[in-house]
Design a protein around this ligand. Structure first.
Ligand code: HEM
Length: 489
């Protein structure tokens, strides 16, 4: 490396350290939340390098529900415990609703992203509400072209049936398969139908490549990406960050092309919500990118975790089959309206969300003004991590939190225990809460109900599935190529 580059990097580091001193001094008269001892320059980075959700859950035992760590020299407040998170995000929601101005977030939608952008004022609020309305219309407006209750039901049913055909086909040709890629394409097709009114073939090369690249997105946007806190790291070569930028570039181009095609022909439904607001094509692209990205990644992870739990717990799968046979039978397909009559299926989904906690932290928040939480001072602009994984495994809330047991959600009357199910947090809370929660829950339910009505899933007898989560904004499991299905009719 040229000596001038080294000198530059040392300068960069010194400027950063010196620059951070006033910040530390300025906050020293505050009552800071407690936190662990830290190293100079890197702070607690080593502690949270791997599986930060576990590391921070274990630190919570010592420092409590409001604690402070440092990544580099940047202080980060970490919130745990259901009540504490509720207090911050709902009761004091205005104080905690911003997003930090992270280096990585600036690349998403050119910094204008509804989800990752730093705007949290009136314009952001209005956009979020419109996006929410547009999504809601898919799960409520009836589709005149079909017997389904709404567009979403039509799209999910069609994709679930195609997925069943694909799995049966793969069994005939190879005798076993890895379902992940096909689940991801099916879920993506649902969100494509929602956003663009069109779907893609399982063999579509461009879409498949884009979806495969997606894990790079979660690696960077998951809480605690070092280069967001330690600026000098941005100057070091990083394959992950290059892939991240490449993915955003390709996804943006992909969506711009579809929007362009649409403009030639007809208006997109998402677009029609915005038509009186004089939004540019860039604005539309950024909103669609947000909905598209959040919509396919989360739901496909939920479904692939579900299949992992089903093959690891055959007795649970049998109970779901029995419930489906009794309530729906084999003469018609399951529908959204069956949901209330299938408590065991709902309990399974809740337990999958809780136990996997595959969105371990919300997207990082930051404070909009100086505030105080349970006696601790938190200044304006402080980055805040919300540990959803901790809540979902909190022994004060859950008996045997590490055991997978859907029955925990069922009352003695055979109904879902609403008090307990409300304690599972995976969609955030308050003003930044996920706008796709209703759609997401409905999709997971209907995909699973249709798949399990028709198929029994298993893995080869000599295979143990590896359920160890791989950390990211959304956590995936290791791929498993040994899935088998057997038709139930
Ligand atoms: C199982 C499915 C899903 C899970 C677990 C999930 C979870 C989350 C979480 C944890 C957040 C961040 C909350 C926060 O920062 O406090 C979020 C935000 C968001 N989600 Fe979801 N999500 C799911 C499905 C969806 C779907 C299907 C869509 C759209 C079709 C969607 C769109 C969004 C958007 C736009 C945001 C940003 C909200 C904001 O920043 O104010 N999500 N989601």
């Amino acid at each position: 490396m040229a000596s001038s580059t080294v000198t530059f990097k040392i300068w960069e580091m010194l400027v950063f350290i010196v620059g951070s001193v006033p910040q530390v001094c300025k906050t020293s008269h505050f009552k800071n939340p407690p936190g662990p001892w830290r190293l100079p320059i890197i702070g607690n980075l080593l502690t949270i390098m791997h599986d930060p959700h576990l590391a921070l859950t274990s630190l919570k035992q010592k420092y409590g529900n409001v604690m402070q760590i440092h990544i580099g020299t940047v202080p980060v407040v970490v919130l745990s415990g259901f009540e504490t998170i509720y207090q911050a995000l709902v009761v004091q929601g205005d104080d905690f609703k911003a997003r930090p101005d992270f280096y990585s977030f600036r690349f998403i939608g050119n910094g204008k992203s509804l989800t990752f952008g730093k705007d949290c004022g009136d314009v952001w609020y209005e956009r979020k509400r419109m996006a929410q309305r547009a999504l809601k219309s898919f799960s409520t407006s009836s589709n005149p072209m079909s017997l389904s209750s709404c567009y979403l039901e039509t799209y999910v049913t069609r994709e679930a049936e195609l997925l069943i055909d694909k799995f049966i086909d793969l069994m005939k040709t190879a005798g076993h398969f890895d379902p992940y890629r096909y689940i991801m394409l099916s879920v993506t097709n649902v969100i494509c139908a929602v956003c663009f009114g069109r779907t893609y073939d399982y063999n579509d090369k461009e879409l498949t490549e884009l979806l495969e690249l997606n894990s790079e997105f979660g690696k960077v946007t998951g809480s605690g990406y070092p280069a967001d806190f330690i600026p000098i790291l941005r100057f070091l070569p990083s394959r992950t960050f290059t892939n991240f930028k490449n993915l955003i570039f390709r996804f943006t181009k992909f969506i711009q092309l579809i929007i362009h095609d649409h403009n030639q022909n007809h208006e997109m439904v998402i677009q029609s919500e915005y038509k009186h607001k004089a939004l540019s094509n860039d604005d539309i692209t950024s909103i669609v990118l947000d909905i598209f990205g959040a919509g396919f990644d989360t739901v496909s992870k939920a479904l692939s975790w579900s299949l992992m739990y089903l093959v690891s717990n055959p007795t649970i799968q049998q109970k779901i089959h029995a419930e489906l046979d009794a309530v729906v039978g084999q003469n018609r397909l399951p529908k959204f309206s069956d949901r209330a009559q299938l408590p065991y299926m709902n309990a399974f989904i809740l337990e999958m969300l809780r136990h996997s906690s595959f969105v371990p932290f919300t997207i990082p928040h930051s404070t909009t003004r100086d505030t105080n939480l349970y006696g601790f001072d938190i200044p304006k602009g402080r980055c805040v991590f919300i540990n959803q994984w901790q809540v979902n495994h909190d022994p004060d809330l859950w008996r045997d939190p590490f055991i997978f047991r859907p029955e925990r959600f069922i009352t003695t009357c055979g109904k879902i225990d609403r008090n307990l199910s409300d304690k599972v947090i995976l969609f955030g809370m308050g003003q930044r809460k996920c706008i796709g929660e209703t759609i997401g829950r409905l999709e997971i339910f209907l995909f699973l109900a249709i798949l399990l009505q028709k198929l029994e899933f298993s893995v080869s007898a000599d295979v143990t599935v590896d359920m160890t989560p791989i950390y990211g904004l959304t956590m995936k499991h290791r791929r498993c190529d040994h899935f088998k299905v057997c038709a139930r009719v």
